[in-house]
Design a protein around this ligand. Structure first.
Ligand code: BGC
Length: 409
């Protein structure tokens, strides 16, 4: 199978998960608050903030032609309206390093973390945040626009809804009153009701704010002079209704996917992020079938579902698709190769059927900070020695890099 010329092959990362020392953002605060549900703090992460040049060179040497990463709002606008040119310059150097190594840049403006001051004033549940996000995008694109090849506004606008559907976030009230979040609010000198962080934001209030942030962010990026495609990324599952589960499956899909995919019709592409499937019965989500294989995240091993996610996103959004994340956490690198091989086969079938897929980004380049789970899950193509920060490419890195370099399987 040959892929279209110019197909993007890369790996993805997010600022907070790899940079280290990202202490002005809301996640850092939540990681360090008494009663925290994070397994451990992010700390130095992969020290990518200082080691990006080495990492970018490695990605290129492995055979990839692009890098997806995010810039950190909490660094760029540490206080409301106060923009740091030094931090913008840092990201300019990162983008320039990609170009020097022949890597296309896929830049995400927001990947889960926000400045503390945003979290303290209602975060993604108050309409003002959409405007503030657009102002940040405007400043960032003014400084970086000429070096961006593809831009993503927000990573996984639908994450909060998804977590609620999985029963990981309970009612509005339970989230707001969680003691550790209360302590975080106190640390910021705000009421618990005013404190809101992206991954935990409450469905009823946040959906419109997030969609508006995407629209205003897109407008700011488009007006910024650079000419590059702009889209959102979405967490998509392979949702399968089993006997009697059709109605509830449709409802789950509508709330968590359709609302966002319909919005993406106004974009230049949609970012598909796929990890696993979910079966739905008449009473909601079902436990995995007996005998199912699991990844370190407890997700069912089901790479084949990437195909369904691409087909669904493409049909609903009616714009080109980029697979902006796909991967698994495992200690068994052969299992990683099997997962990606099967996922790529599905993506290949989509392309053969004429679906416009423009790229594939494995999540993640490095073993990194997996949010609530800390450093235990191993998503990386490249291992990181936590004591020395040494990078150790796994066989899957060379295997996928080779596919990337010849653009065929
Ligand atoms: C997120 C990443 C995360 C990955 C694996 C995606 O939902 O964008 O930040 O590390 O899933 O769980």
């Amino acid at each position: 199978m040959r892929f279209p010329p110019g197909f993007l092959w890369g790996a993805a990362a997010a600022a907070h998960q790899v940079e280290g020392g990202n202490s002005n953002c809301d996640s850092w605060l939540l990681e360090h608050t008494e009663g925290t549900i994070y397994a451990e703090p992010s700390g130095d992460a992969c020290d990518h903030y200082h080691r990006y040049a080495e990492d970018i060179a490695l990605l290129a040497a492995l055979g990839f032609n692009s890098y997806r990463f995010s810039i950190e709002w909490a660094r760029i606008e540490p206080e409301p309206g106060e923009f740091s040119l030094a931090q913008l310059e840092h990201y300019r150097r990162m983008l320039a390093a990609c170009h020097e190594h022949g890597l296309k840049t896929v830049l995400t403006m927001h990947h889960f973390t926000s400045p503390r001051w945003i979290a303290a004033r209602g975060g993604w549940e108050v309409p003002e945040t959409a405007k503030l996000f657009a102002r940040y995008c405007e400043r960032a694109v003014e400084h970086l626009g000429d070096l961006i090849d593809v831009a993503c506004t927000l990573n996984e606008l639908n994450l909060g809804i998804l977590l609620q559907q999985q029963g990981l976030l309970q009612s509005d009230e339970a989230i707001v009153s969680a003691p550790w979040r209360g302590a975080a609010a106190k640390a910021l000198g705000t009421n618990p009701e005013n404190f809101s962080s992206f991954p935990f934001c409450v469905r009823s209030r946040s959906r419109e704010v997030l969609l508006e942030a995407h629209r205003l962010g897109r407008q700011a990026l488009r007006a910024g002079g650079g000419k590059f495609p702009i889209g959102m990324t979405l967490a998509l599952r392979d949702l399968q209704a089993v006997a009697g589960g059709e109605e509830i499956c449709n409802r789950i899909r509508f709330e968590a996917e359709d609302v966002f995919l319909e919005e993406a019709r106004g974009d230049d592409f949609v970012g598909v992020q796929y990890y696993t499937l979910q079966r739905i019965g008449p009473n909601g989500l079902l436990h995995p079938a007996p005998g199912a294989k699991f990844t370190q995240m407890g997700y069912e091993f089901w790479p084949d579902g990437l195909e369904a996610a691409i087909r669904y996103a493409s049909a609903k959004a009616q714009v080109p698709v980029i697979v902006t994340e796909n991967g698994l956490a495992t200690d068994d690198d052969l299992q990683r190769i099997e997962y990606v091989e099967r996922a790529l086969a599905g993506m290949g079938r989509c392309l053969s059927d004429g679906i416009d897929v423009r790229g594939y980004f494995y999540w993640s380049m490095l073993d990194n900070f997996e949010w609530l789970f800390g450093y235990a899950p191993k998503f990386g193509l490249v291992a990181v020695d936590r004591a020395t920060q040494r990078r150790i490419p796994k066989p899957s890195a060379g295997w996928l890099g080779h596919i990337a370099s010849i653009n065929e399987i």
